[in-house]
Design a protein around this ligand. Structure first.
Ligand SMILES: [Zn+2]
Length: 452
């Protein structure tokens, strides 16, 4: 964040200027963000505002989940606090367009929450001042998000097609050079290639992958991005199909649609296809390069993340003897008792702090959450963009993204204990705690985001 040598003159609203360029901008070109800040300054002036601080994310995507945006994060925390780090009050945000700020629902939710957490804030862009507390203001923000999401999907598809057609031509990937290759990505790197060959032979001969990684470390080997070898990176390097001249794309071996044969890349092979296949058989499927697209999670050495959709979101709603709610976090687990409920969430009494008197069918909870997120037309409290509904319902949306959507709308869910006996599912046992319902309900009396 850069401090602008200027304070809010009387009568002008002090605002934060945000600028972002995406990573497909020309490398190292900061003109994009500098220009945006210049436009923002002008826009602020024209609308009775003055820029008191700037927040910048250069070459940062706003649609890749997990792509860190330090500038955006600082903006959010300053908005929540109400001032910049040096105590200058901030009363709004200026930006060239909404899609600089958010391209995903959870970022929109974070931004609106932070912006409207105090009264009297404004949002300014080249279309003028927007009142973020009104129905119109929110609607505009949601519409921008929807447009951005649609554009993102088209661009993602285009990029995948581009990678695919390059791959079919046997042209190497763009990006950092693979270990074992020269900068042209085709010619072998004599030292690294012989390391790879030896590692493959050793592994086929029964050597532990950890031992190979340690050997590389002891030799002072570094990855092409400077990292120290570890079992995961070594596995990735030696099981990549390029070691035998084959071509992979998004975690699958590329086959020529006409012949059904593996596409052979332009690069020199380090080992034979037979050796590569034999090598791959020494690993479990999950740890293989071929079973992971670039975005797929690594299965080796992976920390156990949440297993079920609502893991971590549920609170026990059983009454305690003291007369209040147990409120203990309910955990998910597999259950063999019922076909209808292959997993359950339960308040765990044995762990000491929970009451252990409340459990609920996993699919019931998952269904209830889906009903709350995507209510029948006209009902309910949330209206997420249609594209999100479509991707969720079609099964296109992954587990992690679904959990992020849930986290952007709900703080948690309180689960009421069930009644004994074989009864139909009672969705009313799941009481949502909405993330920004109270705030929106006040700001939005007509109930765009928060219904009655
Ligand atoms: Zn409990």
């Amino acid at each position: 964040m850069t401090r602008i040598p200027e304070t809010a003159a009387s009568g002008l609203t002090p605002v934060a200027s945000y600028a972002r360029t995406s990573e497909d901008f020309r490398k190292g070109d900061e003109h994009g963000v500098r220009n945006q800040h210049r436009i923002n300054e002008l826009t602020a002036r024209q609308n009775g505002c003055v820029v008191v601080s700037t927040y910048t994310d250069n070459a940062r995507s706003a649609f890749k989940p997990g792509a860190g945006r330090a500038g955006f994060d600082r903006l959010i925390s300053d908005l929540r606090r109400g001032n910049t780090f040096d105590g200058t009050p901030v009363k709004g945000v200026v930006c060239v367009a909404d899609d600089r700020l958010y391209r995903r629902a959870e970022d929109l939710a974070r931004f609106v929450e932070a912006l409207t957490c105090q009264p009297g804030r404004v949002y300014v862009d080249q279309n003028g001042v927007r009142d973020p507390y009104t129905k119109e203001g929110l609607l505009q923000a949601v519409m921008s998000l929807e447009a951005a999401t649609a554009e993102t999907e088209i661009r993602g598809q285009r990029l995948r097609n581009w990678h695919w057609s390059r791959a079919m031509d046997g042209v190497p990937h763009s990006g950092p050079r693979p270990f074992g290759r020269q900068e042209d990505r085709i010619t072998l790197h004599p030292v690294e290639a012989s390391l790879v060959r030896k590692a493959i032979e050793d592994r086929i001969g029964g050597k532990a992958i950890g031992a190979i990684a340690k050997e590389w470390c002891d030799l002072g080997v570094r990855g092409t991005r400077g990292g120290t070898p570890n079992p995961q990176t070594v596995t990735q390097i030696i099981t990549a199909p390029r070691v035998c001249g084959f071509r992979g794309n998004r975690g699958e071996l590329l086959l020529d649609p006409d012949t059904g044969q593996a596409v052979v890349g332009q690069w020199e092979a380090i080992v034979s296809p037979d050796q590569w296949r034999t090598l791959c058989r020494t690993f479990s499927a999950g740890s293989l390069f071929m079973h992971r697209g670039s975005g797929a999670p690594r299965l080796t050495g992976r920390k156990a993340g949440p297993r079920y959709l609502a893991s971590g979101f549920l609170r026990c709603g059983a009454d305690t003897e003291a007369g209040d709610l147990c409120n203990f976090k309910m955990g998910g687990s597999r259950s063999s008792q019922s076909k209808k409920s292959p997993h359950v969430y339960a308040c765990c009494g044995s762990a000491g702090r929970g009451c252990g008197r409340c459990a609920i069918s996993g699919p019931l909870v998952d269904d209830a959450i889906e009903r709350l997120l995507f209510p029948e037309a006209g009902n309910g409290r949330v209206r997420l963009p249609a594209s999100i509904r479509q991707r969720w319902m079609s099964g296109e949306m992954g587990f992690e993204e679904k959990r992020k959507v849930i986290a952007s709308v709900f703080t948690c869910f309180v689960i009421r204990p069930g009644v004994k006996g074989n009864r139909p599912w009672d969705y009313s046992r799941v009481t949502p705690v909405w993330k920004w319902a109270d705030r929106v309900a006040v700001a939005d009396p007509d109930g765009l985001m928060a219904g009655r």
